[in-house]
Design a binder for this molecule. Structure first.
Ligand code: ACO
Length: 333
């Protein structure tokens, strides 16, 4: 009689990060636009963000640093990597893909890879995508990276958006595990509301011209209040959806790892789930919204507290609209 097939979950086996040195504080922003530290802290929870200031460096640099750290911590050589998925809305350029530049920077000679565009939901979309290569047995080692240089698309004369975003990168390694790892993920898209959060210029619809530059179309544009209303309900709804599908209650959840767009959205989601504040990973105060990097940066910051078997719910909402939630168990102490 043959043995029952062994489950093959995609487990996170290492986390790396990169944050630029330069800090942009609320006080600095007070000098740039009509705002106040008090408004920013009470409306968003943000105190400062990091900004990549080197002219010759971009998203692939931060992604590479984060990936290299994840590999080093795991003691793996770059040629062990089979697939590289980079979630970003700020690629170095439209093509080649940032993943190709990361592959070259790392000298990951056996890897193929691609970029994935899902704005603030990019990391959990990429996690689900990367996990499928592990689950199917097509890959043994996958690098999933969330990296964004938001300062490259933020209009620093627009006080409604420039206070929100920062730069950074986080990377996780995925490897097979019989018990721990990704168990379920729910994703949604609602393209009808794409106009509420977008960067309109630079693509095939509005290629760059003097007119598109003059019209500020190469900057992120957001109808904040309207996006907030969707984010606050959709994020909580999708967390409930993933709990119900997996027959989990709040008591089963050790940590919520929410996308860091606004402290009020995070608090509302945690409250709907019945979680205490010490079960919720928050670093928005220090880094702002780093788009695809927020969730792996949280995992990096909390890594020392996590233990094998801990139940985590990851969740995000972003431009598209895109949103989702994932349930995973942590794989290492
Ligand atoms: N400083 C001072 N006042 C400001 C600022 C500022 N930086 N920005 C806006 N205001 C003013 C507005 O003009 C408005 O004034 P008015 O009442 O006289 O018109 C007032 O403050 C309130 O503005 P709101 O936009 O209603 O403020 P709100 O409480 O909604 O906060 C924010 C704005 C922080 C943008 C919030 O709406 C938000 O977090 N939205 C969701 C963000 C999100 O989740 N995005 C998705 C992920 S990002 C991605 O995918 C790339």
């Amino acid at each position: 009689m043959s043995a029952a097939p062994t489950a093959r979950h995609a487990a996170i086996t290492s986390v790396g990060h990169f944050l630029p040195e330069t800090r942009l504080t609320n006080g600095d922003l007070e000098e740039m636009v009509e705002t106040s530290d008090e408004w920013i802290r009470t409306r968003t929870g943000i105190e400062e963000r990091r900004i990549l200031t080197d002219d010759d460096k971009a998203t692939s640099y931060m992604a590479t640093e984060a990936a290299q750290e994840a590999l080093d911590k795991r003691g793996l050589a770059p040629d062990a990597v089979d697939v590289i998925v980079v979630a970003t809305v700020t690629p170095d350029m439209l093509f080649p893909a940032t993943a190709c530049r990361v592959q070259d920077n790392l000298d990951a000679s056996n890897a193929w890879g691609f970029d994935l565009s899902a704005a603030c939901s990019g990391f959990i979309y990429a996690l689900t995508t990367g996990a499928q290569f592990i689950e199917s047995g097509r890959a043994e080692t996958v690098l999933v990276i969330g990296a964004d240089t938001m300062s490259s698309i933020v209009d620093y004369t627009d006080r409604t958006t420039c206070i929100l975003f920062g730069d950074g990168a986080g990377a996780v390694l995925l490897e097979a595990d019989a018990e721990a790892g990704l168990h379920d993920a729910v994703h949604h898209v609602d393209g009808e509301h794409g106009d509420l959060l977008r960067m309109e210029g630079g693509g095939s619809l509005h290629p760059p011209t003097h007119a598109t530059v003059d019209a500020h179309m190469h900057y992120l544009d957001q109808a904040g209040r309207q996006v907030f209303k969707f984010a606050v309900t959709r994020m909580a709804d999708v967390c409930e959806e993933v709990l119900e599908r997996n027959d989990l209650s709040a008591d089963d959840v050790d940590y919520l790892v929410p996308h860091q767009a606004n402290q009020r959205i995070i608090d509302a989601t945690a409250a709907r789930m019945g979680l205490a504040s010490d079960q919720v990973m928050v670093n928005i105060d220090r880094y702002g919204n780093t788009t695809a990097a927020t969730i792996p940066l949280c995992l990096f910051d909390w890594e020392e507290e996590l233990q094998r078997g801990d139940d985590l719910i990851l969740t995000a909402f972003g431009g598209g609209f895109t949103w989702g939630a994932a349930h995973l168990t942590w794989a290492y102490d």
